[in-house]
Design a protein around this ligand. Structure first.
Ligand SMILES: NC(=O)c1ccc[n+]([C@@H]2O[C@H](COP(=O)([O-])OP(=O)(O)OC[C@H]3O[C@@H](n4cnc5c(N)ncnc54)[C@H](OP(=O)(O)O)[C@@H]3O)[C@@H](O)[C@H]2O)c1
Length: 310
């Protein structure tokens, strides 16, 4: 990408899209196009076609998606598969028809089979059963990957697909009903600190292991790959290390400054025991995550404190 290339970031109000816009601005890209959902509902084919015909972006980051936690994914699975298939079909086809030079499609680690060997290599895609609770979402994401690969093969486009691990950071969702583990812990410890509560109850045993990437690192990797990766094969983005939920809870507790105890509610399910991406392909290209977990959680907590009223 040139510094004056026209770059459309779809989903710029979200966790990932907002970080990609910040990273592009930080690197001096000066011609970024963004549209709110009210201005451009990406599930509406005609509106997406009109937008691409009028704006003719040269590069596209597709970070718009209907995203949610386990409960929402399970309860509203029809909405998840319909909206995500529609967004992907509309954006990918319009990008092809309007000669977009390159597009980066955001997938997710949930596309991999639930019983994948660890760490998870890119080649494990479509080798086994998916996790049942977010199957509809994962199938839509897999369709997006196959669409990108098929357009590249049939039409000679340059559409790449990246699979990030669990993300956290600025603009995350802190709603306890639908949030991921790090924002949920930040919120619980912060509430307990404020209310002088003696203990915080967390779900499960604390023993499952997970990998977490700060979203600014993800955005840096996306811009890096847009400039340096031209292959139809998917590529993982992660840190290459994991830690237990118990260890994570202690890091979050320290960053928030909560002094009470953690109690594990072992009647709640633990989920998959381990989920770690193999990032050797990305590291082989020369990219590595830079922000360590404690720094990332401190930054996220600062953002949460500044923005929690809104
Ligand atoms: N968060 C993670 O841990 C994680 C991990 C791996 C991969 N990813 C992938 O990264 C991508 C973005 O995730 P995220 O966490 O940034 O999600 P998010 O915070 O929920 O953001 C989603 C974005 O998409 C927009 N959007 C949704 N439906 C739309 C529609 N019909 N028309 C226009 N815009 C629409 C949202 O706009 P509104 O503000 O109007 O809702 C928002 O800007 C997804 O593909 C996800 O699978 C995320």
């Amino acid at each position: 990408m040139e510094k004056n290339s026209k770059i459309y970031v779809a989903g710029h109000t979200g966790l990932v899209g907002s970080a990609i816009v910040r990273e592009l601005e930080r690197q001096g890209y000066e011609n970024i196009v963004i549209k709110t959902r009210e201005e451009l509902d990406l599930t509406q084919q005609r509106r997406v076609e009109n937008f691409f015909e009028k704006e003719r972006p040269e590069y596209v980051f597709l970070a718009a998606a209907k995203v949610g936690g386990i409960l929402a994914n399970d309860k509203y699975s029809a909405d998840f598969i319909r909206d995500n298939l529609a967004i992907e079909t509309n954006v990918i086809d319009s990008a092809y028809k309007n000669d977009v030079k390159k597009m980066l499609f955001l997938g997710s680690s949930c596309v991999y089979p639930k019983n994948s060997p660890q760490p998870i290599k890119e080649e494990y895609l479509l080798t086994g059963e998916l996790e049942v609770t977010n199957k509809a979402y994962a199938v839509a994401k897999i369709a997006g990957i196959i669409m990108c690969q098929s357009y590249n093969k049939q039409y000679g486009t340059n559409f790449i697909s990246v699979m990030p691990t669990n993300l956290y950071g600025e603009n995350d969702n802190f709603d306890l009903e639908s949030s991921h583990v790090i924002p949920a812990m930040i919120r619980k410890f912060d509430d307990a600190k404020k209310n002088n509560e003696k203990e915080v109850i967390l779900w499960g045993t604390g023993s499952p292991k997970r990998e977490f990437l700060y979203v600014d690192d993800l955005a840096n990797a996306c811009v890096f790959l847009m400039n340096n990766y031209n292959d139809s094969e998917i590529i993982n983005i992660g840190v290459g290390e994991d830690l237990s939920i118990l260890e994570l809870a202690n890091v979050v507790k320290k960053c928030v400054g909560y002094k009470g105890d953690i109690v594990w509610d072992k009647s709640r399910p633990d989920g998959t025991l381990r989920k770690l991406l193999d990032v050797s392909k990305l590291q082989g290209l020369g990219w590595k995550a830079k922000i360590n977990l404690e720094d990332g959680i401190r930054r996220t907590y600062e953002w949460f404190r500044e923005n929690k009223k809104s």
